[in-house]
Design a protein around this ligand. Structure first.
Ligand SMILES: Nc1ncnc2c1ncn2[C@@H]1O[C@H](COP(=O)(O)OP(=O)(O)OP(=O)(O)O)[C@@H](O)[C@H]1O
Length: 795
């Protein structure tokens, strides 16, 4: 399909489809042919599927159409009773009684029947009640439902879907929201619960955005078995009243892309989908429930799901959750760009809108393929068709609301819309109730969360009760202790009183005894009478008994009090001891921590110091090896042998060649300590080998090989002697040259200098240089003389 204009594409599709179906009578706007209204009507007269309704709404003429450069001419004739709409370029004549078939001969004339046709005078309430209400309310039963407004730009899609928020001009969305909440409120069945949430998205230039969370942009569409097709990352808002939904709608409307076009001052430039998801939970007894659909439900309400003798108590209660989804779709209006004169951004928008509407046309065409093959439905060709996949030919009760203009200037678009809508009438949907068989609904999650929270609350309450009990016991204990203290104080007081009484009694007894000793009864003292004595003895016994009992009691109480005090003291002592131990332990732990930290730091410092030393050692070792090697080579190559240097080199320097056996042994020994890259493998070992053990190693090497290589040494010695003699000769010759020729040369120079002019002769540098040269020659001759003597001596 080359063109991006949906009208043209639809016509092409119509032509194709009609050819396939062998239906040549279908009208075609593009080829200008027209057919009789009755014929057209008959050809389209199939019953629409119950789950896919198509209705048409003709809006009243707009001011712009009434006041246009041409006088307004109506093209739409509505017959609501017959659910029939006739559109004609000469509708006026038909309205005046002319036969539509006759008019169709000269003017393009079409007749269609739909599930409902609304004329320009229709009310919003009428449209909603007859064509939307049923679809909307089916969502409360767990069905998917969709209302899709389709039509040319400026024909009343937004007016029909949204209208005004209040008053009689309220559109389908506000009325649907009201109805949903009214139904929920009026559902008084016990156990019925609802959870309603809403989302709002737009597809603008093929990009899906969340209108309620604008930062969520460029969302992707996903599909899974449970949820069907859904927009990943789209925000969902739980709503509890129509007002909350209106709030969301207003927020979303502010984000929605709109613009002014030639056809509509506030044209929607995006497809908008307002989604309402309703989860309904009902509780029924198992007997009433369908085994497959219901899920055992326990714990939502007291007594539910109780088991008695392994049988459900009083009929086991079941929870059933149904999920209904309502898609309210306000499509962006299609337009013929060459007529509307769109340019720049508007042109791009229009292209994208037309493109996605073309995809919608393709999907409808595929779904209504007259061959009934439906091999491939191109849902994935656009975001719009992908989102509406369920609503078009899927699990959904869908109402397509096609809007048209009555104006003659919009006649081609009107015819195209009607053809598209009529084709859509053949779409068949299969709607079924969505049961939450796998417990994934939000409602269930909320309920589970609620149950968990309630259980937690109960536990907390129990804990609070326990704590209260503990507090009461502690209060009792505190009071008992206070009482005990009071009792002890009282006892001490009583004890003191008792002692006082006892003292008083003794005093009285003494007084009585004193007084009685004065009395005489029948010639004898009163106390001496037997009656008196008996009485006194009895009284004394009684009093003693009483006092003894009282004393025993007091003693018992005292012991008790002392024991309690001792116990308290013991506990106190223990606690103090434990506290001291803890304090001590904490102190020691802190000390240990500090010590460990200090040690750690020291260790680190030592490590880095050691590292530095090792590095220094490595470089020194390398230097030493290089120096020794250079010295050996130098000694071997030099004709002059310095005794101190040779003794310093020790065994290194001895050998027949500049790199003789001694030095090669050392070098091979040191090379063992170097890896293939010449890196020092073990610096400490190398140091000890190079500083003192190299000569030992060379000697050892010599000893080891002395037995076997004695002859080799002899040969080497002979060669050395010869070499030495040659050197002696060379030195003697050199000495003679220096003595004769150089001295003579110097005296010549001296004479030449003496002959020079006085100012040149007195030049300090020249004289000094001649003297220095003379001295140098003398020293060299001397050195050569002693070296020759030594060489002669040693050889
Ligand atoms: N049935 C109607 N009764 C009265 N006025 C209507 C009706 N339908 C549409 N209108 C008016 O027509 C104009 C265009 O309508 P609307 O914006 O709803 O068109 P649209 O199809 O949504 O356009 P677009 O696709 O460009 O967004 C508005 O001013 C609206 O009030």
């Amino acid at each position: 399909m080359g063109s991006s204009d949906p009208w043209e594409q639809l016509s092409a599709l119509e032509k194709k489809a009609s050819k396939r179906a062998g239906d040549e009578r279908l009208p075609s706007v593009e080829n200008g042919s027209a057919c009789a209204a009755s014929e057209v009507s008959t050809s389209y007269n199939g019953e629409s599927g119950e789950n896919f309704q198509v209705v048409i709404r003709v809006r009243p003429p707009l001011q712009r159409e009434l006041e246009g450069y041409q006088p307004f001419r109506n093209t739409a004739l509505v017959d609501p009773g017959q659910r029939k709409l006739t559109v004609s370029e000469n509708a006026q004549s038909i309205q005046n009684g002319a036969n539509p078939s006759d008019i169709a001969l000269a003017y393009a004339t079409y007749s269609f029947t739909f599930d409902w046709v609304y004329g320009p005078d229709s009310f919003q309430s009428e449209v909603y009640d007859k064509s939307a209400k049923g679809t909307v309310l089916s969502t409360l039963q767990g069905y998917n439902a969709a209302i899709i407004a389709y039509g040319q730009t400026g024909t009343g899609k937004t007016f029909t879907m949204e209208g005004e928020r209040e008053g009689p001009q309220r559109g389908i969305i506000p009325r649907a929201v009201e109805d949903i909440f009214t139904c929920i409120e009026s559902d008084t069945a016990t156990g019925s619960k609802y959870l309603v949430r809403a989302s709002y998205l737009q597809i603008y230039n093929e990009v899906i955005s969340d209108l309620l969370k604008p930062e969520r942009h460029n969302l992707t569409i996903k599909e899974d078995k449970k949820r069907g097709v859904f927009v990943d990352g789209l925000s969902e808002w739980v709503v509890r009243s129509p007002q909350e939904v209106y709030g969301l709608l207003e927020r979303g409307a502010m984000q929605r892309a709109t613009g002014t076009t030639k056809m509509n001052e506030l044209s929607s430039r995006s497809h908008a989908v307002f989604i309402i998801i309703i989860e309904k939970s009902t509780v029924t007894s198992r007997q009433e429930a369908d085994g497959d659909e219901m899920e055992q439900f326990r714990g939502l309400a007291p007594g539910m799901g109780r088991m008695e003798n392994g049988q459900p108590a009083g009929g086991e209660m079941m929870q059933c959750v149904k999920v209904g989804k309502l898609n309210l779709v306000d499509l962006a209006g299609s337009e013929r760009v060459h007529i509307t004169g769109a340019t720049g951004k508007r042109l791009e928008e229009s292209k994208k809108i037309n493109q996605s509407l073309s995809c919608l046309g393709n999907v409808i065409a595929a779904l209504t393929d007259s061959r009934g093959l439906r091999t491939h439905v191109p849902y994935r060709d656009s975001k719009l068709t992908r989102i509406l996949e369920d609503s078009l030919g899927g699990n959904c009760k869908t109402t397509m609301m096609a809007t048209v203009s009555p104006a003659l200037e919009a006649f081609p678009e009107t015819v195209s819309t009607l053809k598209f809508a009529h084709r859509a009438k053949s779409v068949r949907n299969t709607a079924h109730v969505n049961e939450d068989a796998d417990q994934r609904t939000l409602l269930r999650k909320y309920e589970q969360e609620l149950r968990k929270l309630r259980a937690e609350l109960q536990m907390r309450q129990r804990e609070v009760v326990d704590k209260r009990h503990l507090l009461a016991v502690e209060e009792q204990k505190r009071r008992a202790e206070a009482d005990k203290l009071a009792a002890i104080t009282a006892l001490e007081q009583r004890s003191r009183e008792f002692m006082r009484e006892k003292e008083e009694k003794r005093r009285l007894e003494t007084r009585i005894a004193n007084m009685q000793s004065q009395l005489l009864i029948g010639g004898s003292k009163l106390e001496d009478t037997p009656v008196f004595r008996t009485l006194l003895a009895r009284e004394q016994r009684r009093m003693r008994g009483e006092y003894e009992i009282r004393l025993r009691e007091l003693e018992r109480e005292r012991i008790h009090a002392e024991q309690d005090k001792a116990q308290v003291d013991r506990y106190k002592g223990l606690l103090v001891k434990q506290r001291d131990i803890m304090t001590g332990l904490t102190g020691r732990l802190n000390e240990r921590d500090e010590q460990i930290l200090r040690l750690q730091e020291e260790l680190e410092a030592y490590d880095s110091h050691q590292k530095r030393l090792e590095d220094a050692l490595d470089s020194r070792t390398a230097e030493l090896i290089a120096l020794r090697k250079a010295a050996v080579e130098h000694t071997a190559a030099s004709p002059i042998k310095s005794a101190p240097l040779q003794s310093a080199l020790g065994a290194w320097a001895s050998g027949p060649s500049p790199l003789g056996r001694g030095s090669s042994a050392i070098l091979s020994s040191s090379s063992k300590l170097l890896d293939t890259n010449g890196m020092v493998n073990h610096p400490a070992a190398l140091l000890s080998s190079t500083s003192s053990d190299f000569s030992d190693m060379a000697l050892l090497e010599r000893r080891r090989s002395s037995g076997t290589a004695a002859s080799m040494i002899e040969t080497e010695l002979g060669a050395l002697r010869e070499q030495s003699l040659t050197h002696v000769k060379e030195r003697v010759a050199l000495k003679a040259i220096l003595d004769d020729k150089v001295r003579a040369l110097i005296s010549d120079i001296g004479q030449s200098v003496a002959e020079l002019p006085i100012e040149v002769r007195q030049h300090p540098k020249l004289l000094r240089q001649v003297l220095a040269l003379d001295k140098l020659v003398a020293a060299t001759v001397k050195a050569l003389s002693s070296a020759s003597a030594n060489a002669v001596h040693s050889s």
